[in-house]
Write a protein that binds this ligand. Structure first.
Ligand code: M6R
Length: 369
């Protein structure tokens, strides 16, 4: 069933263009508008929502963090994101106008399930974004948006994550569409670009050979740092999580702006630092700041591994290794920027001789609190 791949994880990474396409299927109309009737939350309820709270664990939590940027930008509705294991124990403020979104591949993660139950008890409407048909979370939620990644066997989440991002963008854009925000034109354009993402992900997959070689060359590193800003920050966290769970290496993700507040002290000769560079278009201030960060860590001896859009020449002088990704709208970049990090972690684990699909101490679905 591995279709000739050595590991399920490799197969699942390769399936991502299809998983993204399947999750978009039927949800973008020929009129260029979104159709999410299946979600069953009346538009009127969505117009009255005054706060969105997204709850998840692990990789699904990183999807939630990215969703916050999209929801607040496109809808101007305040959005909070919280780890499910923290949410329930801090007495969160929720009411009928709160939309709580849970994100879970399995639909059975105990922390997220308990948080979902707690939210419903407080009177909030709950929308479950889930990959597993008929699992507990979608059964108990008020509404469901399924991701169509297909079964994910490897413990490390890859294709489910990309489809969670797609589902989050759909929810954000749909909320914007229903509520009619000032970003109407941008929303129309982004919907078009979202439809083109399967090909963009495919392009990234076609250029992964140097990433594999790089991963093998780093198999004796003690630690790897990941930096990002804006939606690149959760991508950095995701890159670090993948490396921890698969390669059993110390890995940490930081918001690049935090470097000078502490983490820069970690930089020493030869330390690999992966930097997710935001698009030079759009928020170009952030782009320029991150280019300075790359210079700063490199001046202190870091070996810089830079993930940047095609055509971004400003990063070239400071990148020891340059990984190119296609240009996308700013908020959609995680769909392409995450892929090299998945490949990187998988290859590093292989180079170290680890069991890629079944890392030690981990279960695919964490059904205890
Ligand atoms: O099934 P879920 O999406 O609720 O699972 C959440 C986490 O346990 C999961 O994403 C975990 O972090 C993965 N092993 C990460 O690759």
């Amino acid at each position: 069933e591995k279709d000739g791949y050595d590991y399920f994880m490799l197969k699942e990474i390769a399936e991502q263009p299809k998983a993204v396409a399947d999750t978009l299927l039927g949800r973008i109309g020929t009129d260029g508008r979104l159709h999410l009737d299946e979600v069953r939350i009346p538009d009127q309820v969505l117009r009255e929502v005054d706060k969105v709270v997204i709850i998840a664990c692990g990789t699904s939590f990183h999807a939630a963090m990215i969703a916050k940027y999209a929801i607040e930008h496109w809808t101007r509705v305040p959005c909070e994101v919280e780890l499910a294991s923290e949410f329930r124990y801090r007495d969160p403020i929720l009411d009928k106008q709160s939309l709580v979104v849970t994100i879970s591949q399995s639909g059975e993660t105990m922390d997220t399930l308990m948080a979902q139950r707690h939210a419903r008890e407080q009177g909030a409407k709950v929308l479950a974004i889930c990959n597993t048909n008929g699992s507990t979370m979608p059964r108990e939620a008020d509404a469901v948006l399924y991701t169509h990644a297909g079964p994910e066997v490897a413990v490390a989440s890859t294709k489910a994550f990309l489809t969670q991002l797609v589902a989050c963008y759909l929810v954000a854009l749909y909320l914007g569409q229903v509520r009619g925000t000032k970003w109407g034109d941008e929303i129309t354009e982004v919907i078009e670009q979202l439809a083109a993402m399967p090909e963009q992900v495919e392009k990234v997959l076609d250029t992964m050979e140097p990433v594999r070689e790089l991963a093998h060359s780093l198999k004796d590193a003690n630690s790897v740092l990941f930096l990002g800003r804006h939606v690149g920050f959760p991508v950095a966290l995701e890159g670090a999580l993948k490396l921890k769970e698969l390669a059993y290496m110390h890995a940490e993700g930081f918001a690049a702006g935090e470097l000078k507040h502490g983490p820069i002290a970690l930089i020493e000769e030869g330390l690999p630092v992966v930097v997710v560079v935001p698009s030079p278009r759009g928020r170009s201030v952030l782009h320029d700041k991150i280019v300075s960060n790359i210079q700063e860590v490199r001046a202190r001896g870091a070996r810089t591994i830079v993930i940047a859009e095609e055509g971004d020449t400003a990063v070239e002088p400071y990148a020891d290794h340059l990984i190119r990704i296609p240009a996308t709208p700013v908020l959609l970049q995680p769909l392409v920027a995450t892929v090299p990090l998945q490949v990187f972690a998988c290859e590093l684990a292989t180079a170290k001789g680890h069991e890629v699909d079944q890392p030690r101490n981990l279960a695919k679905s964490v059904t205890v609190e």
